[in-house]
Design a protein around this ligand. Structure first.
Ligand code: GLN
Length: 473
């Protein structure tokens, strides 16, 4: 289980001072990996040789007296929808089996440049659609705290790898909660940055207007460091923000926090509510003032999210035609339409097909206005409500997930499953940054507290998460 080891900054100092052989360290951890991951199944691919090689090069650099990067020697796992040169990228889908990108995503390039050691690709829900990491084609990931439970999703492999002590850091993607949900279920820190703060170049898209690459760590300050490394303008992503606004982080004393009333209402588990209320009192003890706010347009968020996400997914997933990437059934068949249909029918999972169908439906003539446009209008309502709230408050607070992690294989209807995202999708619809912070346990299972701040106010999140960590760890 996750030991609260030294911070990344401390470890990097030791590496830079040559106090520790990275190669030995990485090799010994990789050797233990198969045993550690046997029951959890966080990884789809372990990058044994490449990781050891990178560690050896780093040791040589240190010996030559060269300066090392901000993540020197730190192990990092990458979600399988983010491209790493020379490693598979399947998105946990049969349709991408055998696909191996020949380039690094910008975020991968940036962590490599700072000396991080990429240890492998992590499991996820197929094409990042889900919140359990059980819908992928290669088997579920289990929660390292309780193997009967899910790790959350869709970046469940990344969260479980960090929580299970198999890696120090991990990257995931968050379209509607996919970093914060598994961070919460696995009792670690998870960040969804401001929309546009982190490049999506080299990320296999699910829903472009909602998605951001996010980070996992065991300490708030490690999360800050990883965010500092991966964020910043990238001309290869047209949605990447040119200028980061300067949001001066407020002090803990006098920090204005609002609990979102809608997040504590109907459908919430009683024990989760208690834990998060306790956590918010801790912030008061640290000097914050905590009030309650009601944002009525949150009532539209989940419906608006699923309409927009499915619409964008249906368009994004049309590229998997069995010709350009991955699996290709009936190769050489003269009937192109039949080959196309066969590949997609056999290689997409049920949830992915459901979303392609529904997404195509909400975009089709006659329904577009009734669904897609209405969802966009709800989205702008919510955006204005959030910007009003952030004029008054530094942070909005609530439980990350309304319930405790469900059991692996527990039967849920698609709708019940979507409902669990009710607290996480608002940050994606509005583009604001959000973290999930470990807030203790209920019935032996992790609970996460979600904090949201205004656009580009990540530093406020790190400060408050760090202050909270200090008094509770
Ligand atoms: N559970 C949500 C969905 O299925 C969010 C997933 C995500 O953030 N990638 O769309």
């Amino acid at each position: 289980m996750a030991r609260l080891g030294p911070s990344v900054r401390e470890a990097v100092l030791r590496v830079g001072a040559g106090e520790l052989s990275c190669e030995e360290h990485v090799a010994s951890r990789l050797e233990r990996m198969p045993r550690m991951d046997r029951d959890v199944h966080a990884f789809l691919h372990v990058a044994g040789e490449q990781a050891v090689l990178a560690a050896r090069e780093l040791d040589q650099k240190v010996k030559r007296g060269e300066k090392v990067g901000r993540l020197a020697g730190i192990m990092i796992a990458i979600k399988d929808n983010i491209c790493v040169d020379g490693m598979p990228a399947t998105c946990a889908s049969k349709i991408l089996e055998g696909f191996q990108p020949r380039y690094d995503a910008t975020v991968v390039e940036r962590v490599r440049r700072e000396g991080a050691i990429i240890v492998g690709k992590t499991n996820m829900d197929e094409f990042a659609m889900g919140n359990t990491t059980t819908t992928g084609a290669f088997g579920p990931t289990r929660n390292p705290w309780n193997l009967e439970r899910v790790a959350g999703g869709s970046s469940g492999g990344s969260a479980a790898a960090v929580a299970g002590g198999m890696t120090t850091l991990a990257l995931g993607t968050d379209t509607g909660g996919s970093v914060r949900c598994p961070a919460s279920y696995c009792s670690i820190f998870g960040l969804k940055p401001t929309y546009g703060a982190v490049s999506r170049f080299g990320v296999i898209p699910y829903a472009n207007s909602l998605e951001q690459v996010g980070a996992f760590a065991r300490h708030a300050d490690d999360l800050r460091l990883l965010f500092e490394v991966i964020s910043g303008h990238d001309r290869r992503d047209s949605t990447s923000a040119r200028e980061r606004g300067t949001v001066e982080p407020p002090a803990m004393k006098g920090l204005k926090v609002a609990r979102i009333r809608e997040f504590f209402g109907e459908g919430i588990n009683e024990r989760v509510r208690e834990r998060v209320l306790d956590a918010s009192s801790k912030l008061e003890e640290l000097g914050a003032t905590v009030e309650e706010v009601s944002i009525s347009s949150l009532g539209y968020a989940l419906a608006a999210y699923y309409i927009v996400a499915m619409a964008e997914a249906s368009s994004n997933l049309s590229r998997y035609d069995g010709v350009r990437y991955g699996a290709s059934l009936e190769k050489g068949s003269a009937d192109w339409n039949a080959a196309f249909a066969k590949t997609r029918t056999d290689c997409f999972g049920a949830e992915v097909k459901r979303r392609i169908l529904l997404g195509t439906f909400v975009l089709s003539a006659g329904y577009y206005e009734a669904y897609y446009l209405k969802a966009q209008r709800a989205r702008s309502l919510l955006r204005s409500a959030f910007s009003r709230a952030f004029k008054k408050y530094d942070l909005l607070l609530g439980p990350t997930m309304p319930t405790l992690p469900p059991k692996v294989g527990e039967r849920m209807t698609p709708l019940e499953d979507y409902l669990a995202d009710v607290n996480t999708v608002p940050a994606n619809l509005t583009g604001v940054p959000s973290v999930s912070v470990p807030a203790g346990f209920a019935d032996g299972l992790p609970v996460g507290m979600q904090l949201m701040a205004t656009h580009f106010a990540e530093e406020t999140l790190f400060r408050v998460a760090g202050a909270y960590e200090e008094v509770t760890a």
